[in-house]
Design a protein around this ligand. Structure first.
Ligand code: SAH
Length: 277
C-alpha cells in the first residue's frame, strides 16, 4: 500500500504515459488552472519523457518543458513565415503565451490565432506580434518603448525581452488589472503598466525609440507621432472602425518635423478608442 502510494505521488512522466486519460486528467487539474495546456498534456508529457528519460519528474516541470517545446515549434513556423529577427524569435520562444489566456483556451495558446481575453478584446496573433515587433525594432537596440493597448500583457512581456524599458497603456481597468496579475509570476522588472487613454501617450516619459499600437484607429494620433524619437519607428494598424480595410502601417520619424509612412500588410485589430472605462 505504502509502496503503491509512493509510486503514484509524485506522478512520474512514465506513469503519465501509461495512465488512462481520465486518471491523469484528475491529477493535473489544479496545475492546468495555471499552467494550462490541458488538452494536449499527454503528448507533451511523452515528449518530455523521451528527452529526460527520468521518472518522477514533477508534473509542473513537465508542463513547463512541454509548453517550451510547443513554443519552439511555433517559433519555427514564424521563421518559416519570414520572421528573421533572432531577438524577436527568442523572445516569443521564452514567453509562456498560455499564461495570458483563460485556462479553458490554454490548449490553443500556441496556435497562430487571436483569442478572446474578455471585454470584447483579443490577445493578438503570435505572427502579428512578431511582425510588429520586428518592424518596430528593425535590428536596432531598443531603449524605451511604448505600447498602446496592454490587453492581457502578452505583447508587453515579449517586448520586455527586446527593449530596456517598456511602458504600456490600457484603457479598460479590468484588463489593466488582469495584465498586472498575468505578469506578476513572470517577474518582469522592466515593464511599467499605465491605466489611461493611450491616444495621448506618455509625454513625461517620451521620447520613445519605438511605439507599437495594438488597436486600430482611423489615423495615428498626433501626440504619439510627437513622442517618437527622431530615428524612431511606430507600428500601428490604421483603418476603418468596422475593420474592413485595416493596414499595418510603419511611421518613421526621419527628422524633428518629418515622418515617413509605409503601408504594409492587411490586418484585423480591435478598435482604438478614446477615454477610459
Ligand atoms: N497587446 C495585446 C493586445 C490587446 S488588444 C496583446 O498582447 O495581445 C488591444 C487592446 O487595446 C485592448 O485591450 C483595448 O482595450 C486597448 N485599447 C484600445 N484603445 C485604447 C486606448 N485608446 N488606450 C489604451 N488602450 C486601448
Amino acid at each position: 500500500m505504502t509502496g503503491e502510494r509512493a509510486k503514484r505521488f509524485p506522478l512520474g512522466l512514465a506513469d503519465l504515459e501509461r495512465k488512462p486519460r481520465g486518471a491523469t486528467e484528475r491529477v493535473r487539474e489544479p496545475l492546468a488552472a495555471r499552467e494550462g495546456a490541458a488538452r494536449r498534456v499527454d503528448t507533451f508529457a511523452s515528449h518530455a519523457a523521451d528527452k529526460m528519460g527520468a521518472p518522477n519528474v514533477p508534473l509542473a516541470s513537465a508542463l513547463a518543458l512541454t509548453s517550451e517545446r510547443v513554443r519552439e515549434r511555433m517559433v519555427e513556423r514564424l521563421r518559416g513565415n519570414g520572421i528573421a529577427d533572432a531577438r524577436v524569435l527568442d523572445a516569443i520562444a521564452a514567453v509562456p503565451r498560455h499564461m495570458f489566456v483563460d485556462p479553458g483556451l490554454a490548449a490553443q495558446a500556441y496556435e497562430d490565432a487571436a483569442l478572446p481575453i474578455g471585454h470584447q478584446q483579443t490577445i493578438s496573433k503570435p505572427s502579428v506580434v512578431a511582425r510588429m515587433l520586428e518592424l518596430a525594432a528593425a535590428g536596432r537596440p531598443l531603449d524605451r518603448v511604448l505600447e498602446i493597448g496592454t490587453g492581457c500583457g502578452y505583447q508587453a512581456a515579449v517586448l520586455a525581452r527586446i527593449a530596456r524599458d517598456v511602458y504600456s497603456i490600457e484603457r479598460i481597468k479590468p484588463l489593466y488589472e488582469r495584465a498586472k496579475l498575468n505578469l506578476r509570476p513572470l517577474r518582469v522588472p522592466n515593464i511599467r503598466l499605465h491605466y489611461g487613454d493611450g491616444r495621448v501617450g506618455l509625454p513625461a516619459v517620451a521620447p520613445f525609440d519605438a511605439i507599437v499600437i495594438a488597436a486600430a484607429g482611423l489615423d495615428v494620433p498626433q501626440a504619439l507621432l510627437e513622442q517618437l524619437a527622431v530615428g524612431g519607428r511606430l507600428v500601428a494598424p490604421v483603418g476603418s472602425q468596422s475593420g474592413q480595410a485595416q493596414v499595418l502601417t510603419l511611421v518613421e520619424r526621419v527628422a524633428p518635423s518629418q515622418w515617413r509612412e509605409s503601408r504594409l500588410d492587411r490586418v484585423f485589430f480591435v478598435p482604438l478608442k478614446s477615454g477610459v472605462i
